[in-house]
Design a protein. Structure first.
Length: 290
């Protein structure tokens, strides 16, 4: 039997503990960030007496060969947001913090519809940018709160990787006999997409109490391809357009955004809220939700 070697035993134990810590360290870090984010959300909720929902899309990881993995609005996001709204009483305001390059039009439209139907005031907070579908969501709010340097973007439809308005330009430049069938089909789809977006924006804005003529003018400005799709629309421009925009982002929101630096582990949910239903206690019950 080999002699007992306390040095070797301690070395193996320390090596095992090091490997164990190395494996669990990312999980502990992820849980720590998660708790810090929930605490920051709770702080904003208590100060503003609202339900806070966040949709933060950042470059969360590096993929194969070092290619960045970017996040966009998707169906999972819309499902989470709709659930959060269902769990919010009709008389409780919603503060929706958004940071996104855009994404799936269907998902963005679902979120915008749900926010527009909420009976209490809805405030969309943009600390940095909300482009494309993110702008669509912002337009559903009663009030858009932007950093003075934050931007929104046009909501003109994109067909594949091409702007619908640019596809329609082909019909102006060429005779139909000189255009291939695929381009003609894309042009037909583009015309429908632009018309649908204009109608949707008009209906969305008028549902919030805006005059129809003003809503149509804003829809024409943002949906028909006047700008390139990534053109930044500043707070000053949006005010001139007639939207209810203020540039006083709460300091607590900036503190929350500091918790969304580029992590390198598994991607956390982009939509977050305190996962409990908010219900007002019945009068005289003496019971208060924690």
């Amino acid at each position: 039997m080999p002699a007992y070697d306390p040095f070797s035993y301690m070395f193996n134990l320390l090596w095992f503990m090091f490997i164990f810590f190395l494996i669990l360290s990312p999980w502990f870090k992820k849980m720590s960030i998660q708790r810090a984010r929930e605490a920051a959300i709770r702080t904003i909720e208590e100060k503003r007496k609202s339900r806070v929902i966040t949709m933060i899309h950042r470059q969360e990881a590096m993929g194969f060969l070092g290619i960045p993995i970017f996040r966009f609005i998707n169906i999972e996001d819309s499902e989470r947001v709709l659930r959060a709204i269902r769990m919010t009483p009709d008389d409780m305001p919603i503060d929706f913090v958004i940071h996104t390059p855009g994404g799936l039009a269907l998902a963005a439209t679902q979120i915008a519809n749900a926010l527009a139907k909420h009976k209490a005031p809805v405030r969309v907070i943009v600390p940095h940018y909300a482009m494309s579908g993110g702008t669509l969501i912002a337009l559903s709010a009663d009030e858009i709160i932007m950093d003075p340097n934050a931007v929104l973007g046009p909501v003109d439809p994109q067909i594949g990787q091409m702007p619908a308005a640019s596809i329609l330009k082909v019909l102006e430049k060429k005779e139909p006999k000189d255009i291939d069938d695929q381009t003609l089909i894309l042009a037909d789809v583009s015309e429908k997409a632009i018309r649908q977006m204009k109608e949707y924006l008009t209906n969305l804005l008028t549902s919030k109490g805006m005059e129809k003529e003003k809503a149509e003018r804003i829809a024409e400005e943002l949906a028909v391809g006047k700008f390139t799709h990534d053109y930044p629309l500043t707070a000053d421009y949006l005010k001139e357009l007639g939207l209810n925009v203020i540039t006083e982002v709460p300091e607590e929101v900036y503190a929350l955004m500091e918790l969304y630096e580029q992590p390198v582990g598994a991607q956390p949910p982009s939509v977050q809220y305190i996962p409990v239903p908010y219900r007002q206690p019945a009068q005289g019950s003496g019971v208060k939700d924690s």
